[in-house]
Design a protein. Structure first.
Ligand code: HEA
Ligand code: HEA
Ligand code: CUA
Ligand SMILES: [Cu+2]
Lengths: 684, 356, 104, 203
């Protein structure tokens, strides 16, 4: 029965795919939407686009480093590329793709119709998007001449196009990032761009916190929330308390660069170390912002694919919170060699070590979950297991950094680069891919291909170890970070070559994934509504999720409520599928697919888009305030933003009333069911 | 229900093999690695390695246990084609296990923490009575000053063997990071502040170094050398360094070089003691003192000559390359391309290589 | 009121009284400032803690009474104090490692 | 009063598990992060105020006019009173008083900001420019950021006040807005309580 429904839907999707007018309507519906699912998908697509960009940047870096004294890139290009690579991967890929998961899944998992502030949600997305565009516009408008007195090859005044992107490294250390040593606008693009992205994240952090606290379904007490929801809450809290710090730091740097303040100008008594403190006060919580969503995802997938409840649920939740809490107290471990007092080094070394304890608790509980289970090695499970395996490697090398004197050797070498790619790529990205494979059916109504999925996994897994494994050795054998060439005589050529090969293996894997995506989206196996025999509420809805989410607002009585509707236990404590399980599932899904009353949905709005646009224009205005067009830009942007905000505030509050049928102007009765078609048209 | 097909691939079997292969590739190959931090040549670097290895092996044990458990779990409990596994017992946790895996890691960490802290306090600060050398970072070369004797040099730090040396470091522009892997760890050079780095070489020898903190365009071309000598050699070296520059023989190529040096723009930036002694304030950019230029085995941020054990010819070829076009070798260089003719360069090379 | 807490809320009269207290506290602060300047013996060892205490009192009064935090669900004060305590702790440690405050 | 807003607009459609209106919860959550913003700026000031910038350096402390700042601090403190009176009047349904107190609060806010502009002007006349030394930079950024908050608050108060004038009174739905703006306003006030002591009085 479930399959029939899906098939039907897919057929409809295909017939409507080519109907143009609806596509146009579709496009505007994306611009104006306040639906958390559409916003989530837009986050996802945008983030993935940036992943490819950041990945291609990484490949360019790797080509340059394939052998000693590489000549593929100039120094300026290389410095720009590793900076944008990191900024892209962290701020434009991992954070927003996590936001995509939060947006799409959070309301579904807690049984809500939407987030607490749907239009604010839209605003975060648009601000993020325009922030990303702003940063990347440096490719066209950015300038990065050498400092006064410096000379470029051939007497050039400006490096090539590619060399004019931000080139300060992702932590933008002062004073190199100041106006004296980095004249030109390229760094302003990074600084103001990150500021914009911060605004977006702060808004969504508040939104998610309120949503989780206030919008849970009946009976969903805090300790009945899925771990993924918990991790969303923790990440939102981390964002809430860490973003202000970087915002002020960036604010100070902007003032230093554009308006002559002297915070980081050493000659005038400013303090470059202050920047490091402020950056890492944010930067370390940030790394947990990057990893906790992935940890939340695998905490969902491992139980499902082991057919066991999560081992030690309260411990896993508590450990997540503990990681976040401790994560605020370790920032100076990035500054062990910057000359901070010895006692401070000792204190931060110790505090850093303590983080291994809650992280270990998570790891062991995941092992406990898999142990004794009925383990199905579907692609999401492969990625989840890969996550655990690889994250442990990165975590352990993290502990070796916490051994302070060792870190004096390790810091600023590829050993560090190895550490953080293991946790970021092996950790965050494997976890996120697990999530993509796991929830793809719920989002699109089709399965991602398993064969290609597994090829993807193995290519990425092997490529990943080939790329980042040798970096450990390279680093301690003298390979310094951020060097555009390394000397032949340092004897690092062979290792680097392996690394480069590995990077291309990863790229091949990603390519397979993209093909899989495109293929499965159109021709994939239609997804059953509960394809993985899952445990959380989002699977009680038809695939793809209807626009109004739950036709019947759920009530839960336990953790993994859905599971316990399907399964009981025998005397031995083994799971037993209830005889009526299929019927229960079908009923639930049928009911959720057929609302019998009007459902109130957040009204679409044009204004979030314009707020985002306005903020970007303001940023250009600030950057070019000394040029004739600067102030007009600033004023235009301010008008746009404030105007859109006021219009937003006075926008009639009434909502679109949905019953079973869509009420868009040109929509036929089946419109609600053709969602996936519109998805395809607008985003694909 | 149409569950996706199960995999036939042997899962994770490749992991250990793969890592092994990668490790071998990365670490083996009998190439010389002058920046290898594992190859410590003094007590400070040695202490760090003595701390690192036990931690590394401890981590390896944890690694093996965790990955082993993971592989075993997958191996034992995976569903295979045709062999349906029974539904698993629904175990939601175990307090005793939670306790164990909280307490055991805590103990392990405590065990790591103790040597970490002792080593840290032993190594972080210079002991009293150490020989002080000032290190000043410039984009993109290190300057060394010897407060006891007044010697000023660049790129190559000369130290006596078996002596506790304390580098007092600061920077003239941006952050740099002084790293001699075989002798010690790293420490930043911070403009406006002073940091310390202990150095100690047991044997005479040449130790390579690198600026490790990103410091702008040519961070990759900012390296350093430490040359350790016997006490006697060091004293001789000091005396030599304090003498004014050698005077070229009349009529020689070198003398022509000196004329070019004096007539050209060079004097705007460089000092050669006894040839031009301007007030350092009047120089346009900070540039290496060239008085005893030829006594240094490497120059231009210790990146030239590029060879592992350069001959005189290599050295001269490197200098020629540098004088022809500094910004191409070192993008952003504060020494511009001066449009010297090949003939002028020959003369300058002859002169500069006479400045022992 | 949402929590039926309306009747606990102070009435305008009490608000004015609170404001009077705040005014007095502010006056005391300023007085302390001049005391410190004028009377050498008192010095900063005494005035600084006194000033901190007075301002903490003012802070508390505004938050508890004007912002009604006393009458709200504990969740809100939990957020509020987390923010305040976290900020205080983090920046204190930062200042200490930068050598501007002596903690260790 | 507040929960009647429930049926409308954002943050409302759903039942609210904590029993706190979502918008109000959101405001408190946001304010808790504001501590980190201001904390960073205060941190900067405290760091630089004691640094030695060489002979003849001019520090903000040297120019403080404590009586003047005391008065403007007092003004801001009293604006918290008027704010709370506006809220209380609305709770009683007294639209006229609500409006009056809203405008009074905005007015006091304007007085405070004008005082700050005056202070900045004086300081600049005495040579304490933004770019004279980091202590000055930190001073201006901190107090300026605070002043910016006050300006935003004044704008929000004005919007509420004028809306009330135009429509003859604020609806119960808009009553929550008064409360939210009030929270924001008091927060800006308590930050000034801290700044007044840490930056001005403790030297
Ligand atoms: C997802 C991101 C992420 C995560 C999760 C982590 C996790 C950790 N990191 Fe990492 N880190 C980064 C991202 C991350 N890091 C980045 C991006 C940088 C570099 C930034 C830059 O310079 O550009 C960095 C740099 C960095 C440094 C600075 C290095 C330097 O520049 O000199 C240090 C130093 O202590 C460190 C430590 C740690 C530790 C102790 C953990 C711990 O949380 C790890 C804990 C996990 C485990 C330990 C494994 C599982 C536990 C067990 C199996 C239990 C048993 C274990 C023991 C008893 C040891 N990291
Ligand atoms: C989430 C974060 C993240 C991710 C995912 C990655 C992914 C990768 N990183 Fe990343 N990296 C960082 C975060 C990240 N990195 C950070 C923070 C730094 C520090 C920067 C700094 O020092 O400031 C850094 C620095 C860094 C360096 C060091 C630069 C230096 O210090 O000089 C290197 C060098 O090898 C590198 C390599 C790679 C590679 C090969 C990948 C690969 O995994 C990428 C894989 C993806 C792809 C390959 C995309 C696939 C593309 C396609 C399928 C399209 C096909 C098209 C073609 C083949 C043309 N990274
Ligand atoms: Cu100097 Cu890098
Ligand atoms: Cu960290």
């Amino acid at each position: 029965m479930a399959i029939d429904v899906a098939d039907e839907r897919v057929e409809q999707a295909e017939t409507t795919l080519y109907r143009r007018p609806r596509l146009t309507y579709g496009f505007w519906s994306w611009i104006t939407t306040a639906d958390h699912k559409k916003i989530g998908m837009m986050y996802g697509y945008t983030a993935f686009f940036f992943f490819i960009a950041g990945g291609i940047e990484a490949l360019l870096l790797r080509i340059q480093l394939a052998g000693p004294e590489g000549a593929f890139l100039s120094a300026a290009e290389y410095n720009g590329l590793f900076t944008t690579h990191a900024v892209t991967m962290i701020f434009l890929f991992v954070m927003p793709i996590s936001a995509a998961f939060f947006n799409y899944l959070l309301p579904l998992m807690i049984g809500a119709r939407d987030v607490a502030f749907p239009r604010m949600n839209a605003v975060s997305f648009w601000i993020f998007l325009f922030g990303g565009i702003f940063i990347y516009s440096s490719l066209i408008f950015g300038t990065s001449p050498p400092p006064v007195g410096g000379n470029l090859p051939g007497g050039a005044i400006e490096p090539s196009l590619l060399g004019s992107i931000p080139n300060s490294g992702w932590f933008i250390y002062a004073p190199n990032s100041g106006a004296t040593y980095s004249p030109g606008t390229s760094i302003d693009y990074a600084v103001l761009g990150l500021q914009i992205l911060g605004v977006a994240s702060l808004i969504s952090a508040v939104n998610f916190i309120v949503t989780i606290l206030n919008m849970r379904a009946k009976g969903m007490r805090l300790l009945r929330m899925p771990v993924f929801v918990w991790m969303t809450l923790v990440v939102a809290l981390l964002l809430l308390f860490s973003l202000p710090i970087i915002a002020i730091a960036l604010f100070m740097l902007t003032f230093d660069r554009l308006f002559g303040t002297l915070f980081f100008v050493a000659e005038a008594g400013g303090d470059p170390i202050l920047w490091q403190h402020l950056f890492w006060l944010f930067g370390h919580p940030e790394v947990y912002i990057l990893i906790l969503p992935a940890m939340g995802i695998v905490s969902e997938t491992l139980p499902v694919f082991s057919k066991k409840p999560l081992f030690g649920y309260p411990a896993v939740v508590f450990a997540g919170a503990a990681i976040a809490f401790l994560g605020f107290g370790v920032w100076a471990h990035h500054m062990f060699s910057s000359g901070i007092p010895t006692v401070a080094q000792a204190a931060f070394g110790l505090s850093t070590m303590t983080i291994a304890i809650p992280t270990g608790i998570k790891i062991f509980n995941w092992l406990g979950t898999v142990w004794g289970g009925r383990v199905r090695l579907n692609t999401p499970m492969l990625f989840s297991l890969g996550f655990v395996a690889l994250f442990v490697i990165g975590g352990l090398s993290g502990v070796t950094h916490a051994v302070v004197p060792s870190d004096w050797q390790q810091t600023d070498t590829y050993y560090i680069v190895a550490h953080f790619h293991y946790v970021l790529f092996g950790g965050a990205i494997f976890g996120l891919f697990a999530g993509i494979y796991y929830w793809f059916p719920k989002v699109t109504g089709r399965m991602l291909g398993e064969g290609m999925g597994k090829t993807h996994f193995w290519l990425m897994f092997i490529g990943m170890n080939l790329t980042f494994g040798p970096m450990h050795w390279l680093g301690l054998q003298g390979m310094v970070r951020r060097t555009w060439v390394y000397p032949e005589e340092a004897g690092l050529g062979a290792g680097n070559f392996v690394v480069t090969v590995g990077a291309f293996v990863i790229a091949l894997g990603v390519l397979v994934f993209m093909i899989n995506w495109v293929y499965s989206k159109r021709r994939g196996v239609p997804a059953p509504n509960d394809p993985w025999d899952a445990r959380t509420l989002e699977w009680t809805m038809p695939s793809p999720t209807p626009e109004y989410n739950f036709a019947v607002e759920p009530t839960v009585t336990s953790l993994d409520d859905f599971w316990y509707q399907k399964y009981g236990e025998d005397e031995e404590g083994r799971a037993v599928r209830k005889p009526e399980a299929d019927q229960v599932v079908d009923d639930l899904i049928y009911r959720n697919g057929h609302p019998d009353q009007e459902i109130h949905l957040p009204a679409p709005s044009y204004f979030p888009f314009f707020v985002g646009l306005g903020i970007m224009v303001i940023a250009y205005g600030i950057m070019y305030h000394t040029r004739p067009f600067g102030i007009p830009l600033l004023v235009t942007g301010a008008f746009l933003t404030v105007g859109a905000l006021i219009a937003w505030g006075s926008e009639p509050l009434e909502e679109v009333h949905h019953d079973d049928h869509h009420d868009g102007p040109e929509d036929g009765p089946e419109a609600a069911e053709t969602e996936p078609a519109m998805t395809d048209g607008a985003a694909g | 229900m149409n569950r996706p097909r199960r995999s036939d691939l042997p899962l994770f079997k490749r992991l250990p093999l793969l890592l092994l292969a990668v490790g071998l590739l990365g670490s083996c190959g009998r190439v010389e690695q002058p920046l290898n931090s594992f190859d410590s040549q003094g007590p400070i670097a040695e202490r760090i390695n003595d701390l690192f290895w036990p931690v590394f092996w401890g981590a390896t044990v944890i690694f093996v246990l965790v990955q082993g458990a993971l592989l075993l779990a997958v191996f034992l409990f995976r569903e295979r084609k045709g062999k349906e596994r029974p539904e698993p017992k629904q175990i939601a946790g175990n307090t005793r296990l939670e306790l164990i895996w909280t307490v055991v890691p805590t103990l392990i960490l405590a065990a790591i923490a103790v040597p970490t802290i002792t080593t840290l306090f032993d190594l972080a600060e210079c002991p009293a009575g150490a020989m002080e050398i000032e290190v000043i970072g410039h984009q993109w070369w290190f300057e060394f000053r010897y407060p006891d004797s007044g010697v000023v040099t660049a790129n190559v730090m000369v130290i006596p063997e078996d002596t506790e040396v304390c580098a007092k470091m600061t920077s003239d522009d941006v952050l740099h990071n002084f790293w001699i892997p075989k002798l010690a760890g790293k420490r930043y050079l911070v403009p406006g502040q002073e940091t310390e780095q202990r150095l100690y070489a047991e044997q005479p020898g040449e130790y390579w170094g690198h600026c490790a903190e990103f410091c702008g365009l040519s961070h990759a071309r900012m390296r350093a050398r430490v040359e350790a000598m016997t006490q006697a050699d060091f004293e001789a070296w000091t005396t030599e360094q304090l003498m004014p520059a050698a005077t070229p023989a009349p009529g020689s190529e070198a003398e022509r070089g000196q004329e070019i040096f004096l007539a050209g723009t060079c004097v705007g930036c460089h000092i050669i003691d006894g040839v031009n002694n301007p007030d350092p304030e009047t120089l346009t950019v900070p540039a290496p003192d060239l008085t005893h230029f030829a006594s240094r085995s490497v120059f231009a941020g210790a990146t030239l000559p590029a060879q592992l054990s350069p001959t005189d010819a290599d050295w001269e070829a490197g200098l020629r390359l540098w004088l022809t076009d500094p910004p191409t070798w070192k993008p952003g260089s504060f020494m511009p391309e001066l449009g010297l003719t090949a003939d002028e360069i020959d003369a300058l090379v002859a002169y500069l290589s006479s400045l022992e | 009121m949402a929590e039926g807490a309306q009747h606990h809320h102070p009435q305008p009269r009490q608000y004015v009284q609170i404001a009077l207290v705040l005014a007095v506290l502010t006056a005391a602060e300023v007085a302390l400032f001049y005391l410190e300047d004028g009377v050498e013996e008192i010095g900063q060892t005494l005035t600084v803690p006194a000033l901190l205490i007075l301002s903490a009192l003012k802070f508390y009064l505004v938050v508890a009474m004007f912002m009604h935090l006393r009458f709200e669900k504990p969740l809100l004060s939990r957020f509020f104090t987390s923010g305040a305590v976290l900020a205080g702790a983090l920046y204190l440690i930062t200042l200490a490692t930068l050598g501007a405050v002596i903690l260790f | 009063m507040a929960e009647l807003v429930g049926g409308h607009g954002e943050g409302a459609g759903h039942h609210q598990v904590t029993g706190i209106d979502s918008r109000k919860l959101g405001m408190w959550v946001f304010l808790s992060s504001e501590f980190l913003f201001f904390g960073a700026l205060i941190n900067n000031y405290l760091l630089f105020k004691g640094r030695d910038f060489g002979p003849g350096a001019l520090y903000p402390v040297e120019l403080y006019d404590i009586p003047f700042t005391s008065i403007s601090s007092f003004v801001l403190l009293m604006s918290s009173l008027t704010m709370v009176l506006a809220h209380s009047a609305l709770a009683r349904g007294d639209q006229y008083q609500t409006r009056t107190w809203l405008f009074a609060t905005a007015f006091l806010g304007v007085v405070f900001v004008s005082g700050q502009f005056f202070e900045f002007g004086e300081f600049i006349l005495h040579g304490l420019k933004l770019n004279i030394n980091p202590a000055a930079s930190a001073f201006y950024l901190l107090t300026g950021f605070h002043g910016f908050h006050v300006i935003i608050g004044v704008l929000m108060l004005m919007v509420l006040g004028f809306k009330s004038m135009r429509t003859g009174g604020l609806s119960e739905a808009e009553g929550l807005n008064v409360e939210l703006v009030g929270l924001y306003w008091h927060f800006v006030d308590i930050i000034w309580i801290v700044i007044f002591v840490l930056v001005y009085l403790i030297q």
